[in-house]
Design a protein around this ligand. Structure first.
Ligand SMILES: Cc1cc2nc3c(=O)[nH]c(=O)nc-3n(C[C@H](O)[C@H](O)[C@H](O)COP(=O)(O)OP(=O)(O)OC[C@H]3O[C@@H](n4cnc5c(N)ncnc54)[C@H](O)[C@@H]3O)c2cc1C
Length: 264
């Protein structure tokens, strides 16, 4: 199998290439895309490598919003003083992704565009109420994750950055697969001026919120507030890592840990 390889230096150039070459795909760190191509599950005619576009690899605090460029690697988020200062849960989350090789290649934009049901970032993106900035529009997190490996992105639409509002407090806790470190269940809890948001990844076919826990935490932002709330196993995933009952149980356990991290 052969394909063309382009390395544009600006995002408009990348978007133009994607628009002009049928069946081309953007390439970030290749952590998911390259194995997918190797297995012939994707057969692009061209890869548009985003790694030479300098402004996509940036982290900045703009007032009360943390802006992270799409090509920012997990290791850079984990080690960023700006991230640690403004939204420490994001640094914790990024530091817990995969292994050093994955963290040195994988990117926030690639992770969010891929929307793996066990990926960590979708929980933080939804929990923090982030905005996904693309080459053509801004998409609210609540409208972005549409299903299993599905997002609101249109063909050839490129994520440029993610904008995270700085919360009052927030925490992330995951029960990880010991082999890949993907989340068997991951919970992100965020307290902000607008209330409490609790987002779960890994447990079902996509990231989702647990309104009953959010209500309890709005009344009392403590681990005890969620300790007795049980989530139904009905729509949970079941696989070699954990069955649906176990995943449902883990949501409560991880929610308690996430709240403890947020107030700790
Ligand atoms: C062994 C292993 C362990 C892992 N463990 C974890 C884990 O514990 N937690 C976790 O969350 N993740 C985990 N991952 C996933 C990893 O963190 C990567 O983020 C993910 O694989 C995406 O990789 P990438 O950023 O290199 O994107 P790529 O693989 O290059 O791209 C992924 C997809 O997104 C598209 N894309 C990339 N960038 C953009 C963009 N800017 N705009 C639009 N579309 C884009 C590509 O076309 C492709 O379809 C693991 C991966 C591996 C291989």
């Amino acid at each position: 199998m052969s394909f063309a390889f382009h390395q544009p230096e600006t995002s408009p150039e990348a978007v133009a290439l994607l628009g002009s070459i049928q069946d081309s795909l953007p390439l970030a760190g290749g952590m998911t895309l390259l194995p997918t191509i190797k297995q012939r599950l994707a057969t692009p005619t061209a890869l548009i490598d985003l790694s030479k576009i300098a402004q996509l690899s940036s982290i900045s605090l703009e007032g009360d919003t943390l802006v992270i460029g799409a090509m920012t690697r997990h290791v850079d988020v984990a080690e960023s003083e700006a991230v640690r200062g403004a939204i420490p849960l994001l640094a914790v989350l990024a530091a817990g992704i995969g292994d050093p090789a994955v963290r040195n290649r994988g990117t926030i934009g690639g992770s969010v565009a891929n929307n793996d049901p066990s990926a960590d970032y979708p929980a933080a993106v939804l929990g923090l109420g982030a905005t996904i900035v693309t080459d053509r529009r801004e998409i609210a997190a609540a409208d972005f994750f549409t299903g299993l490996f599905e997002t609101a992105l249109q063909p050839n639409e490129v994520i440029l950055a993610l904008r995270f509002p700085v919360p009052v407090a927030g925490g992330y806790a995951k029960f990880k697969s010991p082999a890949s470190r993907y989340a068997v269940v991951g919970v992100c809890v965020v307290q902000s001026a607008g209330g409490v948001c609790l987002a779960v990844t890994g447990a079902g076919p996509g990231v989702f919120r647990v309104p009953e826990m959010e209500k309890a935490l709005a009344a009392s932002f403590t681990p005890a507030a969620v300790a007795s709330i049980k989530v139904s196993a009905e729509n949970m995933s079941s696989d070699i890592h954990a069955d649906s009952e176990y995943r449902a149980h883990l949501i409560t356990v991880m929610a308690k840990k996430a709240v403890a991290a947020a107030i700790g």
